[in-house]
Design a protein around this ligand. Sequence first.
Ligand code: AHR
Length: 502
Amino acid sequence: MQSGKLSIDPAFVVAPVNRRVFGSFVEHMGRCVYGGLYEPGHPTADEDGLRGDVLELVREMGVTAVRYPGGNFVSGYRWEDGVGPVEDRPTRLDPAWKTIETNAFGLNEFMRWARKADIEPVMAVNLGTRGIAEAVELLEYANHPKGTALSDLRVEHGAPEPHAIRTWCLGNEMDGPWQLGHKTAEEYGRLAAETARAMRQVEPDLELVACGSSGRGMATFGAWEDTVLEHTYELVDHVSAHAYYELDGDDRASFLASSVDMDKFIREVVATADAVGARLKSSKKIMISFDEWNVWYNKALTESGLPTDWTEAPRLSEDAYTVLDAVVVGSLLITLLQHSDRVAIACQAQLVNTIAPIRSEPDGPAWRQSIFHPFALTARHARGQVLDLRVDAPTLTTAKHGEVAVLDAVATHDAETGQLAVFVVNRDPAEAVAFATDLRGFGAATLTEAVLLADDDLFAANTMDEPDRVAPRPHTSAAVDGTTLRAELPPASWSMFRLQLS
Ligand code: AHR
C-alpha cells in the first residue's frame, strides 16, 4: 500500500479559522426559496411559512452566513417588489431562470428566516438592470433605524428594528455574458466604485464585495480583477470568486483533484489583487469572498435548457449527490481553510433543493444529501487556528490538473480547548493510503473521534426513501500509537480525526 504523511506543529499557523467560510447561498432559483425555505401549509411550517424541518437541518449543518437573493436572479430583481403586504406584491417574470416570481418571499421574510437560522446575511444589490440609487435606497430601507420614508416603510411592513446588514455584494457575476446587464470590467469597475462610495456615505462601516470572475476559465479572468480593483481598491473589502466542479465522463482522478484548480484560482486572485495594491501603493489587503462554490452538474442543465413554459418554482438542478461528490466537497472545504489568511467568506451554492446539500419535497420530508456531511463536520470541528502543514505523499497523474499529491489535508488547533482536528482526503480513485501524522510537537494526544466517508459504491446517494444511505461512519483503522496518528485511508475517501491534547 502507498503511504503518506503530514507534518504539523502548533507554532506554524496560517490564520484563525474564519467562521464565515461556512457560509451558504439562497437564490430565488428553482425550489431553493419556494418549497425549500418557505412552504406555508407544510406540516412543519411555522407562523411565517418557514419549514421547520429545513431550518433544523440548516442549524445542524452549521451554516454561519447566507448570501441572498442571487445569483443571476439579483441582476433583474426589484427589491421593492418583495416587501409590503403580500397580496399587493406584483408577480413578475424572472428572465434569469425563466420562472414566474410571485414575490411572496422577500427581504423581510429572509431576515426573519436568517434570525431563526442564526446566520449572518450577505445581501446582494442589483447592478445589472439597476444602479446606485436603488442600492442606496435598499440600504436605507434595510438598515436605517427610522424617521425617513424608506426606513418608516420597513417599520410599517412589520420590521421595527433595523436589519443591520453589514456585508453587501456589489452585483453578481457582472463579467458573464449571460448576466442581465453584463458589463465590461471598465464599466463595472466604475459603477461598483460609485455604488460603494454612495453606500459608504450612508454607512461607512459596511463590508463590500466587488465582483471578481465567475470562473477561472473566463477569457477575461485576471484582467477583470485587475481593472475592477484598480477602480475599487480603497472602497471595497473583498473580491468575489465563483467555481463549480463536476465529474466529466468517468475521469474520477481529475474530479477528485478539483481542489487543485480552486487552490490555483485563490492564489491567482491574491496575486492579482496584491499587484494592484502595490501599484496603488496601498497597505490594504483585499480578501476573497468565495461566494459561490460547489459540485454542480451544470452540463445537464445546459443540455436540457431552462423551462420555456414560465412556471413558479420549477425543479432546477436538483442534483442527487454521490459519495464521490461528497469527497470532492470535503476537499474544496480543505482548500478554503488552507487559505484562511486570504479567504474571508465562502458560500456553498446553494442551500436547499437547487445544487444543494439539503433536499425537501412539497408536503413531504427534508433530508441530508451526501455533501451535507463533510460540510457539517468541518463547520462543527474546524476551530481555532489553521495550521501551516506539509503533505508528503505520492502523486498521481490527472488529465486536467497534471501531477497531484494523493493527499489533501488541513489541520486546525484550538489552544483554548486543547483540540486538534485533522481533515484529509485520499484523492486516489483506486488505491488506499497508509496515513501517518507525527504529533510530537503537541505533547500527549488522545484520539476522541475518527470519522470516515467512503463507500464501495462511489455513486451511492441519499434519496427520499433512503435518506441515510450515505453517511460518515467510525474510522475503525484510526489509532494514536505513541505520538503518531495512523489510519488507512480508502481510495476516494474523506476523513476527520479529532484529538484532545494534554
Ligand atoms: O448558483 C447558480 C448560479 O451560478 C448563480 O445564479 C450564478 O451566479 C452562477 O452562475
